[in-house]
Design a protein around this ligand. Sequence first.
Ligand code: RTP
Ligand code: MG
Length: 144
Amino acid sequence: MTDAPVQQRTLVLVKPDGVRRSLAGEILRRIEAKGYTLVAVELRQASDELLAEHYEEHAGKPFLAPLVEFMGSGPVLAVVVEGHRAIEGFRSLAGATDPTVAAPGTIRGDLGRDWGLKVIQNLVHGSDSEESAAREIALWFPAL
Ligand code: RTP
Ligand code: MG
C-alpha cells in the first residue's frame, strides 16, 4: 500500500506578458487539464514593495530592477494551485526559464519567445520549493 497523497500548494503567477497577450485562460486550462485544482485566483496590480519581497532571493542580481519593472508593468493573475507534487508538476508544465529553449509542450516552450527586451519575459512564475511556496502564498494570499 502506498502512502496517502500529500497535497501541495504552489503559487503560480501569470506574468504581465501573459495577461497582455490574453493567455491567462490558456495557462489556467493547462493547469486544470493536468489535473491540478485552482484554490484561489486573483487579478491584481503588484506594488514594488510586494515584488521586492516576492523576489528577495534575487536581491543584488543585475536583472532584479528590470524584473520588478516588468512585473509591475500591468496586472498579474495570481493563482494558488493544489495537488500531489504540484510544485514540481507546475515547474515541469512551465518549462525552462528561457522560452527560446524551453521544450515544446511546455507553457514557455509553446507560447513564449525571446523579444530581445531587458529581462526575460516568460509568461509564468511557479514556486520552486515547499519553503518558497509557503512564503509566496502567505505573501500574495495572506487570508488563505
Ligand atoms: P520564475 O521564478 O519566474 O518561476 O522563473 P525561474 O525560477 O525559472 O527563474 P528565476 O531564476 O527564479 O528568475 C526569475 C525570473 O527573472 C527573469 N530573469 N531574467 N538574465 C535575465 O534576463 C533573467 N534571468 C532571470 C525571468 O523572468 C525569470 O523567470
Ligand atoms: Mg524562480
